[in-house]
Design a protein around this ligand. Structure first.
Ligand code: ADP
Length: 238
């Protein structure tokens, strides 16, 4: 149930934003897609969610080719966008119910799944609270619970800690590491922050539209800190 990307390229007019990108994110692993601003992370996410399509390269989600069998592929994918997408006037549970209905789930089946998803993010006791009253960390948790509602095997998160304070950031990052490991989820986490990556994580370094390195984080940065290694790899000559 992996996410497999092969030879993927994308251009905005003459601006080549992704150049023959290939990597695999595996079940049970937290894979960090690390890259500075402008690296191509958002472009890659737009291709993964079919906001954009590309004629070059393939994307396979849990074995389903996204271009040929998009429904089957997207059914296996959950996504948390960078921008907040909750309805602030609805409660946590109502936000999840609405999303469940979009997936054809209602009644008891939906409530069972909503409870399970809220439990996974330790948000059950806040189910009746309006999204507007939640802090940033709890709003993010609600969005992650929602993304897991339809039982995807691949979870994509596009810079999910933007705007969170340090404590909420650390807590959500840890939670996603645990989810990957405990539920054999394939987690792809886009970020430009090296402190969100643990030594044992799989790391894909994206810079100027190209994969510059991939492998286990600690194997890549060796005796340097990840932060120093990252700066070295992404230095743009003046
Ligand atoms: P990231 O998410 O890693 O910051 P993006 O995917 O947003 O990177 O951008 C990758 C590259 O594509 C950058 O050089 C950016 O300037 C360029 N780019 C992004 N969106 C557009 C667009 N709509 N038109 C032209 N160039 C774009």
């Amino acid at each position: 149930m992996s996410l497999d990307i092969q030879d993927l390229s994308y251009a905005y007019g003459r601006k080549q934003a992704l150049k023959s990108v290939s990597f695999t994110a595996r079940p049970g692993r937290f894979t960090a897609l690390l890259g500075p601003n402008g690296a191509g992370k958002s472009t890659l996410f737009a291709l993964l969610t079919r906001l954009f399509t590309s004629s070059q390269g393939t994307i396979r989600i849990a074995g389903h080719d996204l271009a040929r069998t998009p429904r089957a592929a997207l059914a296996q994918m959950g996504i948390v966008f960078q921008q907040q997408t909750l309805d602030l006037d609805l409660s946590v549970r109502q936000n999840l119910r609405y999303f469940a209905a979009l997936h054809g789930l209602s009644g008891k089946a939906a409530e069972t799944r909503i409870d399970a998803a809220l439990d996974r993010l330790t948000m059950r006791e806040r189910a009746q609270e309006k999204a507007r009253t939640l802090n940033g960390g709890h709003r993010r948790r609600t969005e992650i619970a929602r993304a897991l509602l339809h039982g995807p095997s691949v979870l994509l998160l596009d810079e999910p800690t933007v705007g969170l304070d340090a404590a909420a950031r650390a807590s959500i990052t840890q939670h996603l590491h645990d989810l990957a490991e405990q539920d054999s989820l394939t987690v792809l986490w886009a970020t430009h922050l090296t402190d969100e990556v643990k030594p044992g994580d799989d790391l894909v370094l994206l810079h100027q539209g190209e994969i510059r390195a991939k492998g286990r984080s600690m194997d890549l940065h060796g005796t340097s800190t990840l932060s120093d290694w990252f700066l070295m790899q992404t230095e743009v000559p003046a």
